[in-house]
Design a protein around this ligand. Structure first.
Ligand SMILES: [Zn+2]
Length: 146
């Protein structure tokens, strides 16, 4: 009778495995928040930058998460303007269940008009931006040859 043994190569590679740092957790953390004057712990996603302990919301449905904004700096005559201001937002205790999901809040310019995009629409918009950037690159190429 033969007893199966582990090949020498397999045991050598198993010994060479080095520990790695696990990826950052996507699960929410618990943070202190003040709701109607009461300090409580609520889940808060990793992307949220709000200091919930420093605000006092009256009702839970006024409680929201916001991520850090990103924007595109566009040169204009003698200056620069920020456009396409985007951030993640969420109203986790909104009265309607559909309104509780996180979304991408997008402002074209700093005029207060916003679009709230779910994941599929945010990805579609990102694809449009890539196509627009390729168009600008093509125009710059024409300029270089002019
Ligand atoms: Zn938060």
């Amino acid at each position: 009778m033969t007893v199966p043994t582990m090949p020498a190569e397999a045991s050598a590679s198993a010994a060479a495995v080095t520990p790695t740092t696990p990826p950052p957790s996507a699960s929410p953390r618990l943070v202190a928040a003040v709701v109607c004057g009461q300090r409580i712990a609520l889940p808060c996603p990793q992307w949220c930058v709000i200091d919930h302990a420093s605000e006092n919301v009256i009702n839970l449905d006024d409680f929201s998460h916001d991520g850090a904004p990103i924007s595109l700096r566009v040169p204009v005559t003698g200056a620069a303007e920020r456009v396409l201001i985007a951030r993640l937002s969420q109203w986790p205790f909104a009265s309607d269940e559909a309104g509780r999901a996180a979304y991408l809040r997008l402002e074209g310019t700093d005029d207060g008009e916003v679009a709230n995009l779910p994941t599929s629409a945010a990805l579609a918009f990102a694809d449009q931006l890539v196509a627009h950037a390729e168009g600008i690159r093509a125009l710059a190429g024409v300029l270089a040859d002019a």
